[in-house]
Write a protein that binds this ligand. Structure first.
Ligand code: 5AD
Ligand code: SF4
Length: 452
């Protein structure tokens, strides 16, 4: 008697993501590409048929973590597991990764994800491939991302970067800037709204320089904000020089655009900014902040700052501290300078390098300055009312984590059924950075509105 044929086993893929939101969004596209080929996403490497590590190259320590993790993941290797490295490190190191990690059989840069199914098939046949060609037309059109966040959607509207900040590896790992057509961006926003999401985050390396040849970022923001059902529009990261009056006017006048801008400053010293090739002075950065604040009342402002860029003197660092104090950022991502191979900063004289201990001291001082400024500001917000969108369960206890439009994190008691809901809260306490809140009332969401 013959037995029934064994059903074909679904193949599984596990992707581990490092780095920025663009990588998170790229992982969603990779999952989408593979889902279309019959792969199921799994949330652990154990037993997965395909294991991909989507990497970041922005700083040396980000790369070291990935190298370590690649070694750890080796223990999940079975006879036919395909291991791949994708993202910025893949682009940067290419064949060197194949040499360093014998279990890795494919290395794919940010413009090569469409080819993943074929590359995986080749790897299953024992080939080892490197795919790092830039494709200026590539926006992953017609690929439906597999989204994991049920509340907000990442919408990549621009890929690559045409600035050449001297410390930065991104122009070399993600290639030249290109913008996706307005109609495609809007179509994706419509799709996510149809799936029940109400917040979108427009992504690009210098997102406010977005242009599809006919429209600018102001047009994009207006078009996205006009999509029926969208309640919150965010964008990251803008460059100060691309905040035209038109763009600021659009941000101020479109109701769905949240009152938060993440505006990377990098340094408060004109001399350092010049050496970084940021293309603005301290005064111009201040002027940009002023314009944004004048146009958008209640604006939350966060930033990125690098300490210890080659040639940064005590006076330069003091200017960064004074800029932090004078501007009063709500928060900042702070980094110690990390020299990246191939960037223009490598050509600065060796004697300009800032010693590790000086860099560490400056970093500590900067963190303390940012934190104390943020705490002072946050204390003044106690008692204020805010609308929050519940994003997820908080790590602590039975709490939920919500976000205000101005990007404050608020913890409230409640159960998971509230995720995705908008609530009106009063801010009752702060750790200095995050808040606790008391719910005043639930504001209606699309889901809870009666169907017309
Ligand atoms: N060293 C340290 N920080 C860096 N960043 C980018 N390149 C480097 C580098 N080589 C920081 C910048 C940027 C953020 C994403 O990472 O502050 O805005
Ligand atoms: Fe890097 Fe500067 Fe481009 Fe930002 S604008 S990605 S810091 S080169």
């Amino acid at each position: 008697m013959s037995s029934a044929p064994e059903p074909t086993r679904r193949r599984t893929v596990y992707i581990e993501t490092y780095g920025c939101q663009m990588n998170v969004s790229d992982s969603e596209l990779m999952y989408g590409t593979l889902a279309a080929q019959g792969y199921d996403a799994v949330d652990a490497p154990d037993g997965a048929d395909v294991i991909l590590v989507n990497t970041c190259a922005i700083r040396e320590n980000a790369e070291q973590r990935v190298i370590g993790r690649l070694g750890d993941l080796k223990r999940y290797q079975r006879r036919d597991t395909v291991f791949g490295v994708t993202g910025c490190m893949a682009q940067r190191l290419g064949p060197r990764l194949l040499e360093q990690a014998s279990h890795v059989s494919l290395v794919v840069g940010p413009d090569g994800y469409r080819a993943l199914p074929q590359l995986i098939a080749r790897a299953q046949d024992g080939e080892r491939d490197v795919f790092t060609t830039f494709d200026l037309e590539e926006h992953y059109a017609a690929i439906t991302p597999r989204r994991f966040d049920g509340v907000k959607a990442w919408i990549p509207v621009q890929r690559g970067c045409d600035y050449r900040c001297t410390y930065c590896i991104v122009p070399y790992t993600r290639g030249p800037e290109r913008s996706r057509a307005l109609a495609d961006c809007v179509a994706e926003v419509r799709e996510v709204v149809a799936q029940g999401l109400t917040e979108v985050v427009l992504l690009g390396q210098t997102v406010n320089s977005w242009t599809d040849g006919t429209h600018d970022f102001a047009d994009l923001v207006r078009a996205v904000g006009a999509v029926d059902g969208i309640r919150r529009v965010r964008f990251t990261s803008p460059h100060p020089n691309d905040f035209s009056d038109r763009v600021i006017e659009a941000l101020a006048s479109v109701d769905a655009v949240c009152e938060h801008v993440h505006l990377p400053m990098q340094s408060g010293s004109t001399r350092t900014l010049k050496r970084m090739l940021r293309r603005y002075t301290r005064e111009e950065f201040f002027a940009c902040v002023e314009k944004l604040r004048a146009a958008i009342p209640g604006l939350g402002l966060t930033t990125d700052i690098i300490v210890g860029f080659p040639g940064e003197r005590d006076e330069d660092f003091a200017e960064t501290l004074s800029a932090v104090r004078e501007i009063g950022f709500d928060d900042a991502f702070m980094f110690k300078f990390s020299m990246r191979e191939g960037t223009p900063a490598t050509r600065l004289p060796a004697e300009d390098l800032v010693a590790d201990d000086v860099m560490a001291d400056r970093f500590e001082t900067l963190v303390a300055t940012v934190r104390s400024g943020a705490r002072e500001k946050n204390l003044t917000l106690l008692g204020a009312e805010r609308e929050i969108l519940i994003e997820k369960g908080a790590r602590k206890g039975e709490l939920l984590q919500g976000r205000t439009r101005d990007f404050k994190t608020v913890l409230i008691p409640g159960d998971d059924r509230l995720i995705g809901q908008y609530l009106h809260v009063v801010l009752t306490g702060t750790t200095g950075s995050t808040f606790t809140g008391r719910v005043l009332e639930a504001t209606p969401t699309r889901a809870s509105l009666p169907i017309a």
